[in-house]
Design a protein around this ligand. Structure first.
Ligand code: NAD
Length: 350
């Protein structure tokens, strides 16, 4: 029996994962659901944002679905014990090196974007971001005090051939099942890691994926093109830092943070980590008004990529589309439904 580990986390995390639980129980009764504290709540109760038991359970599951972590009450916790440190530790511990972030414009929500309807209608981009390397992990890093009393901060951007190859392979493979195009983004004009990135992607493409269209684009130009003509993109492949920025930009194209799922996957057969891209939204936490669709669509991604049930993933995605088409909306997308009523609208369409 497949197992899904739920990590509700903080703020609106428990509210949105609670709705995922109801959807999962309806659509996939054979799925075993486990639950563990994670993030700030885990720090409060267990003294660490990610306990060894939680990581072990994550590794023994078929998929992990996280709600959100963080909040102002943990801002003064030691850096290595902050909720966000638990999330980085979970990603590293699970070895999920490829972050998949779809930017999809649902027809019913085309007017929620800050861009014109004709620019974003039908938008369907998949951003593949390298997740466990690059400048967020490179050494040396730190802040030192110089002899003259100034301070000096250092981060190190570093990539190896194999790190670039494995995430590129994910991007090319995804493109094969979509519109067959990969746009690889770096700054090869000014960065050594950018040069290596371009070289490795080009060689892998020639060796293993010559039938997929490959295009290289400087990351700053990609940022511009995303708001100018986003529909030119199919799969965007990029590193950890540029991926962080470009995927947030792409998220905004489609309207609400409350709509967007993500997946983080590693080697074939290992459990994937699924999470809505939004944070813990302390401003609305506890009110029952959070949009649960990003979390529900993250579960759909888990069904597709880790639980070997693409049929259920399609059913669930269509149910979300049908619920939106029938006018069901939470506050963030212009309606007045609460989290539970929004999930009810999806359940009704299943
Ligand atoms: P946020 O995503 O939590 O909220 C930004 C805005 O979007 C808020 O106004 C919020 O109410 C709204 N929003 C977010 N999700 C929503 C939903 N499902 N339905 C309706 N409205 C929604 O980002 P933030 O305010 O910058 O961060 C709050 C906390 O979350 C911080 O502690 C931050 O570190 C953390 N965070 C965690 C993650 C994660 O767990 N992966 C991601 C981003 C931020």
């Amino acid at each position: 029996m497949p197992t899904l580990l739920l990590l509700p986390g903080d703020g609106i995390g428990p509210e949105v994962t609670g709705e995922v639980r109801r959807v999962a129980e309806k659509i996939f009764p054979d799925l075993t659901l486990e639950e563990r504290p994670f993030g700030g709540i885990s720090y409060d109760t267990l003294g660490t944002p990610l306990s060894d038991e939680t990581l072990a359970l994550a590794l023994a599951s078929d998929a992990v679905l996280m709600g959100a972590v963080g909040g102002p009450q943990w801002a003064s916790a030691p850096r290595h014990l902050r909720p966000e440190a638990g999330l980085l530790g979970l990603r590293l511990g699970m070895g999920v090196f490829a972050n998949l972030r779809p930017a999809l414009c649902f027809a019913a929500l085309a007017d929620a974007s800050s861009l014109k309807r004709e620019v974003i209608e039908g938008l369907d981009i998949m951003i593949v971001r390298e997740l466990t390397g690059g400048v967020y992990f490179g050494k040396p890093r730190g802040i030192e005090t110089l002899p003259d009393g100034q301070k000096r901060g250092v981060d190190t951007q570093v990539y190896t051939t194999s790190e670039i190859e494995r995430v590129s392979r994910v991007a090319f493979t995804l493109a094969e099942g979509r519109r067959n195009k990969v746009t690889s983004c770096e700054k090869s004009n000014v960065m050594e890691t950018g040069l290596l990135w371009r070289e490795v992607v080009t060689a892998l493409h020639a060796r293993e994926f010559p039938h997929v269209t490959l295009e290289h684009m400087l990351a700053d130009n990609a940022a511009m093109q995303l708001v100018k003509n986003p529909r030119q993109f199919d799969v965007i492949l990029t590193d950890n830092l540029f991926g962080d920025i470009l995927s947030d930009e792409a998220a905004q194209l489609t309207g609400s943070l409350g709509m967007l799922p993500s997946a983080a996957i590693g080697v074939a057969g290992a459990p994937g980590l699924y999470e809505p891209i939004h944070g813990s939204a302390p401003d609305i936490a506890g009110q029952g008004v959070a949009n649960p669709l990003a979390a529900i669509l993250s579960f759909a991604m888990a069904l597709r990529w880790s639980l070997a049930r693409p049929d259920l993933a399609d059913r669930l995605t269509h149910a979300v589309e049908a619920a939106l088409a029938s006018g069901a909306r939470t506050r963030d997308i212009g309606g007045d439904l609460g989290s539970r009523a929004m999930a009810d609208a999806v359940l009704a369409k299943l």
